[in-house]
Design a protein around this ligand. Structure first.
Ligand code: PMP
Length: 428
């Protein structure tokens, strides 16, 4: 809407260049699966506010929990415990597999992955000496924007502006089977060998349970072998569930698709559907390495954030929203495959699980990513009332679908029809 331009101009004036590139839509309010501006427009939201609002936008139970907590007068505490923090930790532990029963609360996903890297290194040094500090991440992976988390991530573009100053953090190919056709575990072993580090020098492996850029999943056999390799060499295996956790893929944790258990889980985003909260969940011996007072954060476990997360997770469990994602997942994936079948020359790859799916665009008949096409499709959808975030992917080639897990079948089908129309128009 033209009147929204003034807000966008103001944001451009006062915010850094990096904040540009966002969709030209100024949100006014949001409710469940819909987002509204001030000018009478409504969009069906297929972004979940960047995969945060798993229980929907403005969830009444979450809002009430926030209001009640605010009204109690206790809106910050840290060094003195209050009820909400242990209550939330207990709930998170109860939905996490054995032996991952220790929970450290933080505010952002990046803090959680940074913390996991630090815990992995401390464990490595404890069991293998000062040489055991290597961290392995994956190409095209994303773990956040703090220094170590960004280096462990594998976005090629980001590597050019943060020089990899930590030579013990390396990336190996992600076995997605499309961009990297070799998806056998041998590829991992070869890449580690090429890095010059021996397994005895590696402290941790950090991996998104699905890579956000796809979503791309690794073969089960690969992950089974990775788990065994980590155990054999006493390497801490972290699954980054910041985006994939809390029901998104039709399992509570996306790593459940692989049938293995990591040593650490990082989570955030969908944990609260609202306020900033994140957590590292892990094995006691890894989590308890640092003495009292040495692993802290001022806003860790803020009572208002905890209250929001408690209400959110309870709703997710009570209404079995993970089950809804599991039921609708095959419908969504099949529909995306049908759109691909109509445009096989320009949609190279379609992937998904539960209520996350991606259509990866390529230049006609090639395997070269096509950012412009993804962008055109998404812009057309904006005009038709369907909201995505800007194209994602290592090369900005992906139209990514991730509605709130509360979406009913009919709304999903409506959105699919709009997306199909947009592809038809953009390709024509
Ligand atoms: N890990 C993954 C897999 C993510 O998707 C994100 C956020 N996109 C992060 C970590 C970082 O989380 P935050 O932006 O809250 O720091």
């Amino acid at each position: 809407h033209p009147d929204s331009i003034q807000h966008i101009e103001r944001s451009r004036k006062y915010e850094p260049l990096s904040m540009r590139g966002m969709p030209p839509i100024v949100w006014d309010r949001a409710e469940d699966i819909f987002v509204y501006d001030k000018y009478g427009n409504r969009w069906l939201d297929w972004s979940s506010g960047v995969l945060v609002t798993n229980c929907g936008h403005g969830v009444p139970e979450v809002r009430q929990a926030i209001i009640d907590q605010v009204n109690s007068g206790l809106i910050h505490n840290y060094v003195f415990p209050s009820e909400e923090r242990p209550e939330l930790c207990e709930l998170i532990a109860s939905v996490s597999p054995e032996p991952l029963k220790k929970v450290f609360l933080l505010s952002t996903g990046s803090e959680a992955t940074e913390c996991a890297i630090k815990l992995s290194r401390a464990h490595g040094i404890a069991v293998g000496g000062r040489e055991k500090i290597g961290i392995i991440g994956f190409e095209r992976g994303y773990h956040g924007r703090t220094l170590a988390s960004q280096q462990a991530g594998g976005m090629a573009g980001q590597k050019t502006w943060i020089v990899n100053m930590d030579p013990a953090i390396i990336n190996v190919p992600f076995p997605d089977g499309y961009w990297d056709e070799n998806s056998s575990f041998d590829g991992f072993l070869e890449a580690v060998e090429e890095s010059g580090m021996k397994p005895s020098q590696i402290a941790g492996v950090i991996m998104e349970s699905y890579q956000g850029v796809g979503p791309d999943f690794a073969p089960v056999e690969y992950i089974e072998k990775l788990r065994a390799w980590c155990t054999e060499h006493d390497v801490v295996l972290t699954f980054d569930e910041v985006q994939s956790g809390f029901g998104r893929t039709g399992k509570f944790w996306a790593f459940e698709h692989y049938g293995v258990v990591p040593d650490l889980i990082c989570c955030g985003k969908g944990i609260s559907s609202s306020l900033p909260l994140a957590a590292v969940i892990g094995r006691q011996d890894i989590m308890d390495q640092f003495p009292p007072g040495s692993m802290t954060s001022t806003h860790s476990g803020n009572p208002v954030c905890c209250a929001a997360a408690l209400a959110n997770i309870r709703k997710l469990l009570d209404e079995d929203l993970t089950g809804n994602a599991a039921r609708l997942g095959p419908v969504l994936l099949k529909a995306c495959q049908e759109i691909q079948a109509k445009h096989p020359e320009v949609i190279g790859n379609v992937t998904g699980a539960g209520l996350v799916a991606g259509l990866q665009t390529v230049k006609r008949g090639t395997k070269q990513p096509d950012h412009d096409l993804a962008h055109r499709v998404i812009e057309l959808c904006y005009q038709k009332g369907l909201l995505f975030f800007a194209p994602v992917g290592a090369w900005g080639q992906t139209v990514k679908i991730c509605p709130p897990l509360t979406i009913p079948l009919e709304a999903l089908q409506e959105g699919i029809a709009v997306l199909e129309e947009a592809f038809d128009e953009a390709v024509a």
